[in-house]
Ligand binder design. Structure first.
Ligand code: SF4
Ligand code: SF4
Length: 321
């Protein structure tokens, strides 16, 4: 795909020492834009989707995962913790009292069995670039590049913009995976360095959107219209959650709205699954994930047909298999 902006020369790059809170860097990603990619996940989100499969993405600060099944009861974390949040009973039972945790993270540093793990690390643009540069050959051969995801990556606006700028300056294709729930000014700043926006459309009805994500879709729809006016290529992502947004009426209205735009490269359908429930437990949170089965291949094919009926290009999980 042709770039929609000229590549900025390295001398114009924004601060490479800007830091951001990153909770994962996934190499060899193949569903986050074209080709083989590295996806950088930024912490903090402006929505609270009940089906969120990255609960560690939501909070804006670092968090600690605790996996009791990996714990070998060595007691190192108990000794290291300055607040007594980590305890070990005589019978080997380990507890983690998050209410007294001050996030000083000594426990994570001393746990060698990965029973305690950090979600969210401050990294500079240069540190992230050192990692994404490792796969530059794969990007060039496959037409891939770097994707910023989250959470909502644009909430860390300075860092996200600087990172996109740095990728752009090195000739890496850039994708921005966004939920749309940010001020338009955040997009204006970052978009000169973005080749493709991956944009979530969770529910076309404002009330239902608010019920399941915590916010109306008003700003999300407005921003999508502005992306269209600007001519920014957008791949729509629709997570299909049975009983929530899988009706023909909801899907049809969403597709009809999207068909009125010129910048939609494709609609990617994703199938809900509840595998992330254990992540909530590991973060000390109650799961909010709907207790419904994943939509099967036939159900996804039906949704795909409804969307194709509006002349849109559709990508389903079967296409990726
Ligand atoms: S983060 Fe710090 S205060 Fe919290 S449990 Fe770990 S060591 Fe203790
Ligand atoms: S340091 Fe890790 S393995 Fe050792 S007791 Fe703490 S959580 Fe368990």
């Amino acid at each position: 795909m042709a770039r929609n902006v000229p590549i900025a020369p390295p001398t114009e790059r924004a601060s490479d020492t800007a830091t951001g809170l990153v909770f994962d860097i996934k190499r060899y990603a193949v569903h986050d834009g074209p080709g083989i990619r590295t996806t950088v996940f930024l912490k903090g989100c402006s929505l609270r989707c009940v089906w969120c499969h990255n609960p560690e993405a939501i909070a804006h600060g670092p968090e600690v995962f605790f996996y009791p099944d990996r714990c070998i009861a060595c007691g190192s974390c108990v000794e290291a913790c300055p607040t007594g949040a980590q305890t070990l009973a005589d019978d080997g039972h380990r507890t983690f009292d998050r209410s007294t945790c001050d996030l000083s993270l000594q426990c994570v540093d001393v746990c060698n069995s990965n029973a305690l793990m950090l979600a969210g690390k401050q990294l500079t643009v240069d540190e992230v670039m050192d990692e994404v540069r490792e796969d530059a050959t794969f990007y060039r051969v496959s037409g891939g590049g770097v994707t910023l995801s989250g959470g909502e990556p644009l909430l860390q606006n300075e860092f996200a913009t600087a990172l996109l700028n740095a990728c752009n300056a090195e000739g890496f294709h850039t994708s921005l995976d966004s939920c749309g729930q940010v001020p338009w000014s955040f997009y204006e700043r970052a978009l000169p360095y973005v080749d493709l926006v991956l944009y979530d459309l969770k529910h076309i009805h404002a009330d239902s959107h608010k019920e399941f994500t915590g916010a109306s879709n008003r700003r999300i729809i407005q921003n999508l219209r502005k992306l269209n006016e600007r001519g920014t290529p957008v791949e729509i992502r629709m997570l299909i959650v049975p009983t929530v947004n899988d009706s023909e009426e909801q899907v049809g209205q969403a597709a009809e709205f999207l068909a009125g735009m010129d910048n939609i490269t494709a609609v990617r359908l994703l199938a809900y699954h509840s595998m992330a429930v254990s992540k909530y437990t590991s973060l000390g949170k109650d799961s909010t994930m709907p207790d419904v089965e994943s939509p099967d291949t036939d159900a996804m094919a039906k949704v795909a047909e409804w969307v194709r009926g509006y002349g849109l290009t559709v990508i389903t999980p079967s296409d990726d298999a």
